[in-house]
Each structure stands twice: as structure tokens, then as C-alpha cells.
Write a protein that binds this ligand. Structure first.
Ligand code: PXL
Length: 274
């Protein structure tokens, strides 16, 4: 069985990070271990004053203990990182397991804005982490932040942005959240050759928290199971689109998080469909 270490925060309310990654990877029949960066009373996306316990010192102790446990690992997966101290521990994790596949989801913002909870110079540090990755999954906002460029929604620039990101990271890239014509939203896959592969779906006007985390976790699960990144993008996008549609239909509070649980069986079926 494949085994992934998920380096993310535990937000006690409002689905995101670990509360999304763990159920999704379990559905993909992948074993998980946890490298927790922080404990928060909720995510930082509009639910009021958040209690935060930074765990970077604990991360160091966890890594030290793991050195004495003979386990093997297939992949490392990082997401939201709030500060440089946590980032250093994720670098240490990557160094401790150099042969594992590394997915870095450079979670930093959306709709042209970076999250206020992040430390100022996080983008340049996140870029260095991306340089260690095999696969990165920025949205458009994060892609511009990684390159230190002002955000625009100019579709003609997207191909240039994705290629520049590849040049500086040498990681395979799935760029998400690209606004397209006719109420579509797209993502683009680039692996360093000449072709960018586009996937698109109908845009849903609501903004359910954790949708990006759901995409990255579903992508990793599908990629580790199929070995086919193109197919994995298709599966992750279909799963997230169905979860968004379901969440919109239930009219739940967007801040409470995307409802994906009733769609996990469909994700599972897509993974094992011949
Ligand atoms: O979904 C991204 C995310 C993860 N973790 C925490 C967050 C956010 C986005 O706001 O606040 C703690």
C-alpha cells in the first residue's frame, strides 16, 4: 500500500488542510501519516478571531523521533504554511525522505489576494519549497505571487506564466482557477514539453472554503494510484466540480467548507474504473 506524509495544519472547524486530505487519501486507499504545522480553532477565512498554536517545535521533535522508525514513504504533500519556521521544518521533512515524490500545493491566496494570516515574505520562501517539488498546484493568484508579479486575469498571459514557473521550479505544474470565457473555469497541466493540456468546467459563483485543498488531495490520490497525471487532473476536477455543485445545492455557508463527503464514493469509482 502506498504511504503519504501530509504536512498541513489541523483546523478544528471549517474544512481545509488535514480534515480534507486525510479522508480523500484514505478513499484512494493510501495510508497517511501526519506532520502537523499548527493547531487552529478554525481556518483563517472569515470565521472571526482564531486561536492558533504554532507547532514548528513539535514538528522538529516528530521528525527526530521518525528517524528511529523504519518506515517507507511514497510521497510527501505540503499545503498551507503560515510562517518561515514551519517552512524550515517542511524542508527538513523533504531532506529526511529525499526519494519520496513531493507535491507542494503553495496555498497562499485566491482572487488576486494573499491571505492576511501569512507572513509577508512567505511567497519567496514558498517558491524555494516549490523548487524542491515534483509537482506543484498553484492557483492563478499563487502563480503570480510565486513569480513576484502583479496579478491579472489576462488569459493570454497564462501560458507565459506557467512556462516561467516551470523554468524556475522544474516541477510539473497544474495551474488551477483560470477564468475562461462562457462562464467556464479551467486548469492547465504542463510537464515541461511544448504542450499545455487544458481542462475546463462550468464555473460556480460561490466560493466554498477548501476547494483548492480538495483538488490537490484528490489529484495526489489519483496520481499515486494511476501513475497518469493527465487522468489524475481529470478525476480531481470532476470530483471537485461535483462537490461544488452539491455544496451549492445544499446552500451551506461557504466558510464552513466544501461538502465532498457524499461524493467520495464517486471519486473511488473513478479511481478504479478501467
Ligand atoms: O484552505 C486553505 C487554508 C488552510 N489552512 C488554513 C487556512 C486556509 C485558508 O484560509 O486559513 C489555516
Amino acid at each position: 500500500m502506498k504511504h503519504v506524509i501530509v504536512a498541513q495544519d489541523l483546523s478544528c472547524f471549517g474544512k481545509c488542510s488535514l480534515t480534507i486530505a486525510l479522508p480523500v487519501l484514505s478513499t484512494a486507499q493510501i495510508a497517511t501519516s501526519v506532520f502537523p504545522s499548527a493547531l487552529l480553532s478554525s481556518h483563517t477565512g472569515g470565521l472571526g478571531k482564531v486561536h492558533i498554536k504554532d507547532l514548528h517545535e513539535d514538528m522538529q521533535a516528530i521528525l527526530r523521533h521518525w528517524q528511529s522508525i523504519p518506515f517507507s514513504i511514497d510521497a510527501l504533500y505540503s499545503g498551507y504554511v503560515a510562517n518561515i519556521e514551519q517552512m524550515e521544518q517542511i524542508h527538513a521533512l523533504f531532506s529526511q525522505y529525499p526519494h519520496a515524490f513531493k507535491l507542494v500545493d503553495p496555498v497562499m491566496g485566491d482572487h488576486g489576494k494573499l491571505y492576511a494570516s501569512l507572513c509577508r515574505d512567505l511567497p519567496s520562501h514558498m517558491r524555494i519549497l516549490c523548487e524542491e517539488a515534483d509537482l506543484i498546484t498553484p492557483n492563478l493568484t499563487e502563480a503570480y505571487a510565486l513569480l513576484g508579479k502583479p496579478y491579472t486575469e489576462n488569459q493570454e498571459e497564462v501560458e507565459e506564466i506557467i512556462k516561467q514557473l516551470y523554468t524556475c521550479t522544474h516541477a510539473q505544474i497544474v495551474l488551477t482557477g483560470i477564468p475562461l470565457e462562457n462562464d467556464q473555469i479551467g486548469c492547465a497541466l504542463y510537464c515541461g514539453d511544448d504542450t499545455i493540456i487544458w481542462h475546463s468546467q462550468t464555473r460556480i459563483p460561490q466560493d466554498f472554503h477548501g476547494s483548492g485543498d480538495l483538488f490537490a488531495a484528490a489529484l495526489l490520490g489519483a496520481y499515486l494510484q494511476s501513475g497518469d497525471l493527465h487522468r489524475a487532473v481529470d478525476i480531481a476536477q470532476t470530483f471537485v466540480a461535483a462537490s461544488l455543485q452539491y455544496s451549492a445545492h445544499q446552500a451551506c455557508d461557504e466558510r464552513f467548507g466544501i461538502l465532498f463527503e457524499p461524493l467520495l464514493h464517486a471519486y473511488h469509482e473513478m479511481l478504479w474504473k478501467k
